[in-house]
Ligand binder design. Structure first.
Ligand code: FMN
Length: 394
């Protein structure tokens, strides 16, 4: 079947996350289809410079879609030609964004509740588009009102070239577990290609959810932010276990791409540092989850939602790269920016990173000691009250 995508694994549109340098990195790991951050159609229509910049694609992006957010068919009259002129391969209509700012204006997931408006927008896309358009849906607006069959059929009737289904309602936002049965419902309802989305962190979860849903592909969001090499894992059906040094090399490449994109002057460095600090929040969540050990757990609960322990022993690089906290993220971002901008050798960076480990371990030990002291105090209190003695001396 013809699909608007070039591959069965697609990097998700993510505000801030799927910036051009990050998409470029994912392409190196085998992402063949990528989507822009979401862009307001009204801002494109006004030729807002910041929004126009989001249309840029890197030459390594083989199949690139631009995602738009709108509540008005009229905004599409200007926005669609601008996107087509930019050279995008497809347009993706956002019907899933759960944030209040979008929903209160009748955009994103609100369209799942206002299907008449959704239909008007689809009609206009059908009339205007010379390139394929796809629709990214959630299972519905809220629990008890899931209408994926209705919205999927409507999109098909208006010649959408494909659908992405994220198995959560707007109300759920990113909580709970993605319901891949909603993906299956869409697959069973329409004959256009359907890609499933939600909670994929490992190649074996991707394989499993594909089987369960019958979807023709998977879209990966947070899984890629945690490990950009997930595309290679899914392609090769193999768990990758990059060493801390190998991960540093990957993160350094991302930093270089940031500086190339945003500029290496003071402003470019600041912008790149803010993006890198944001990325480190997710990159530091990486843990090795080999199939032999984790497959059973993945059937019980998506691994992306499983709380995994920090690392407080062994190679200091491993300790730091699995660390938590805003301060650490900012420190890492600054080090990587300096390393990339000043073209320092990687071992300079490794030494600086290692030097952060003792503080992380000491912090952890302090927290453990505090927890133990609290537990002890609580136990003492309980034994006092159960002994019948007054809790406080009169
Ligand atoms: C930081 C972040 C930003 C996101 N921005 C968008 C967006 O701009 N457009 C969109 O359709 N979905 C957006 N999403 C939702 C993802 O595309 C995806 O549907 C969701 O994260 C579930 O997939 P996952 O479990 O693989 O992350 C965003 C998600 C995250 C985590």
């Amino acid at each position: 079947m013809d699909t608007p995508w070039k591959s069965s694994v697609i990097l998700a549109p993510m505000s801030k996350g799927s910036n051009l340098p990050f998409r470029r990195l994912c392409c190196e790991f085998g992402a063949e289809t990528t989507v822009s951050e979401m862009i307001f159609a009204s801002a494109l229509a006004k030729r807002n410079r910041k929004d126009l910049a989001l249309l840029r694609r890197h030459p390594s992006e083989k199949c690139f879609g631009v995602q738009i957010l709108t509540n008005s068919p009229d905004d599409l009259n200007d926005a669609v030609p601008i996107i087509e002129e930019s050279g995008a391969d497809f347009i993706d209509l956002n019907c899933g964004c759960p944030i209040d700012e979008a929903v209160s204006k009748g955009m994103g997931a609100n369209l799942l509740d206002r299907t008449r408006r959704l239909e008007n927008i689809l009609e206009r896309l059908e009339a205007l588009c010379h390139i394929p358009f796809t629709v990214k849906l959630r299972s519905g607006y809220k629990e008890g009102h899931t209408n994926i069959a209705e919205t999927a059929k409507m999109a098909e009737n208006h010649r959408a070239a494909g659908l992405v289904v994220h198995g959560r309602t707007r109300e759920q936002r990113y909580t709970g577990v993605a319901d891949w049965n909603a993906v299956r419902t869409a697959v069973e309802t329409v004959s256009i290609p359907v890609v499933g989305n939600g909670d994929i962190l490992t190649w074996y979860e991707a394989e499993d959810r594909l089987k369960l849903s019958g979807a023709c592909g998977v879209m990966i969001g947070r899984g890629a932010l945690i490990k950009p090499w997930i595309f290679q894992e899914i392609r090769d059906k193999k768990d990758l276990n990059p060493s801390a040094r190998e991960r540093i090399a990957v993160y350094l490449r991302l930093t270089e791409y940031m500086l190339e994109h945003f500029g290496s002057d003071a402003h470019g460095r600041r912008t790149s540092a803010s993006f890198m600090a944001w990325h480190f929040d997710l990159l530091t969540r990486w843990r090795f989850l080999p199939r032999e050990e984790w497959y059973g757990a993945s059937l019980e609960h998506p691994l992306i939602q499983t709380r995994l322990n920090g690392v407080y022993e062994g190679d200091p690089l491993d300790i730091v790269l699995a660390g938590y906290g805003k301060r650490l993220r900012l420190q890492l971002a600054d080090l990587f920016i300096e390393g990339a901008a000043e073209k320092r050798p990687q071992n300079w960076l490794e030494e600086k990173i290692s030097a952060l480990a003792p503080e992380i371990v000491a912090d952890h030990e302090r927290r453990l000691a505090e927890k133990a002291a609290k537990k002890e105090a609580k136990a003492a209190q309980e034994s006092l009250s159960s002994s019948g003695l007054p809790f406080c001396e009169p």
